[in-house]
Design a protein around this ligand. Structure first.
Ligand code: GDP
Ligand code: ZN
Length: 307
């Protein structure tokens, strides 16, 4: 029998069976960890094969992972060579950001997008809390988000308070499995609660009251928005994590640089101070946003430090 992992607590997994029932599964017997070097063998989103255990109808043993379409892996906290699987079989990621309360930095957004590019997972950027912006703020938002929409990232302005953009969010999620990410406080839980009435994810204010009946996520979990439409929430994981991007490769993950890499004089150009660098020329002319180039430079230096 086949199903999809919808929750992982470490030793137990919750499985949505293709028969529409929910099972509790664990790894048993023949199960082998494939050659991926990870601390956790199975992630939310994994498609698995399982068998019923004799004792209990609802308890199953997982014996195989069906080949993943993709996966997101993060470097293990202890900086070992092992990674931590965050989620599998993702169609897209949705990064929720705010330019007010708390402000998400361009650097953070760009790092997120670069990791999405390395995993080849398209990103949607949701600019939440538009009800808090004044006229000037809205003008800035328009300008800032146009940097990203011109690069091909789908950008949506939303407000949980006024409901702005929520239909567009629903439309972009439809029929897909989407990983939702973003700093704490930007409104992820509020958005999920609007999309899935009755779910009652704890949001920042009410969690203080130890409210009964409020759902607090501590493990990665997949929520059903509607048929074939899922959100994967990975609490505590703001970034997708980036590792093993070489310095000469980094610009391949910036779409505006990738488009013109053959135009630099040197084919190993790092776009720092090389002569006849096409990237630097476009930064100078404003065709490449200064904030994007700043992010590129700080990531380049960061990569330098790690290697
Ligand atoms: P999370 O940590 O990303 O899950 O953020 P929460 O959903 O817990 O929201 C953090 C705080 O921001 C809460 O006080 C929410 O009520 C508030 N909030 C969320 N979305 C909006 C919004 O669109 N506008 C305003 N004004 N507040 C919001
Ligand atoms: Zn160059």
């Amino acid at each position: 029998m086949k199903g999809t992992i919808i929750r992982s607590t470490g030793s137990w997994y919750e499985i949505a069976g293709d028969d529409s029932k929910i099972y509790k599964g664990r790894l048993r017997g023949k199960f082998k960890i494939k050659d991926l070097r990870v601390t956790n063998p199975i992630a939310v989103g994994d498609r698995v094969e399982y068998e019923h255990e004799n004792t209990n109808e609802d308890t199953v043993s997982i014996h195989e992972i069906i080949q993943r379409k993709n996966y997101i892996i993060r470097q293990s906290v202890h900086k070992s060579a092992h990674g931590h699987l965050i989620a599998s079989n993702i169609d897209q990621s949705m990064l929720v950001v705010t330019l007010a309360m708390p402000r998400t930095s361009a650097g953070f957004i760009d790092r997120f997008l670069v990791s999405g590019e390395t995993f080849r997972i398209p990103a949607v950027i949701v600019f939440n809390k538009t009800d808090l912006y004044d006229e000037e703020g809205l003008a800035y938002l328009k300008e800032f988000s146009s940097i990203y929409s011109s690069l091909g990232y789908h950008c949506i302005n939303t407000s949980v308070v006024t409901g702005e953009g929520m239909k567009e969010v629903r439309d972009v999620l439809k029929g897909k499995t989407t990983l939702i990410s973003g700093h704490s406080g930007v409104g992820k839980s509020s958005i999920v609660n609007l999309l899935i009435p009755g779910l009652n994810l704890a949001t920042t204010e009410i969690s203080d009251f130890a409210n009964k009946g409020v759902h607090t996520t501590t493990f990665s979990e997949r929520f059903t928005v509607e048929e074939n439409t899922y959100l994967i929430d990975t609490p505590g994981i703001k970034e997708l994590g980036i590792f093993e991007i070489g310095n000469d490769e980094l610009s391949h993950y910036f779409p505006e640089m990738r488009a013109m890499l053959n135009e630099c004089k040197f084919n190993n150009c790092r776009h720092v101070n090389e002569p006849k660098c096409a990237v630097l020329a476009k930064v100078e002319s404003g065709e490449i946003a200064a904030s994007r180039y700043d992010s590129y430079m700080s990531m380049l230096l960061g990569t330098d430090n790690r290697k």
